[in-house]
Design a protein around this ligand. Structure first.
Ligand SMILES: O=c1ccn([C@H]2C[C@H](O)[C@@H](COP(=O)(O)OP(=O)(O)OP(=O)(O)O)O2)c(=O)[nH]1
Length: 143
């Protein structure tokens, strides 16, 4: 089991919780009540700074129900939190675009995250041709 240090920027949100059995993604909460107009962009504070284990990064995505409940889209589709984003002031945020007028209450569960191992170190070699057969492009595996 990995132990992870979490700094909370407010006492008004539930603490992070690994829920056994249902999903191993961990919910994240809005750290303040946010009111947005349709078409507005905000970086919604998630109220935590986290020291990830060495060799890991975190991926943040919206909860499945977030768009239905709040009409917001995460503008980067998936947030990548680097291992180095681990300072005392490195609060996690959700970049959000509102498709309708909405108020998101403090402590609402709007995102979820998991940690992932960093990929191996890569080098890139320029070549003129690749050996494999072509796959045939988008949609070629069937309708
Ligand atoms: O949805 C997200 C995505 C990123 N971050 C934090 C963690 C990440 O490590 C940092 C990246 O900030 P930076 O200013 O480096 O962004 P960038 O210049 O766009 O770089 P990158 O290519 O690392 O995303 O922002 C969040 O809080 N939420």
């Amino acid at each position: 089991m990995e132990e992870i240090k979490v700094k909370y920027f407010t006492d008004d949100i539930d603490e992070l919780c690994y829920v056994e059995g249902k999903s191993d993604w961990i919910d994240l909460h809005a750290a303040e009540t946010v009111t947005m107009k349709a078409g507005e962009f905000r970086l919604i504070p998630l109220g935590v700074a986290i020291a990830l284990p060495e060799g890991y990064e975190a991926h943040i995505v919206p909860r499945s129900s977030t768009f239905k409940n709040y009409g917001i889209l995460q503008t980067n589709s998936m947030g990548v939190v680097d291992y180095t984003y681990r300072g005392d002031g490195d609060q996690w945020r959700m970049p959000a675009y509102a498709t309708r007028d909405v108020t998101i209450e403090k402590n609402a569960r709007i995102c979820q995250f998991r940690i992932m191992k960093n990929q191996p170190r890569l080098t890139f070699t320029k070549v003129e041709h690749l050996d494999g057969p072509d796959r045939g492009g988008f949609g070629s595996t069937g309708k």
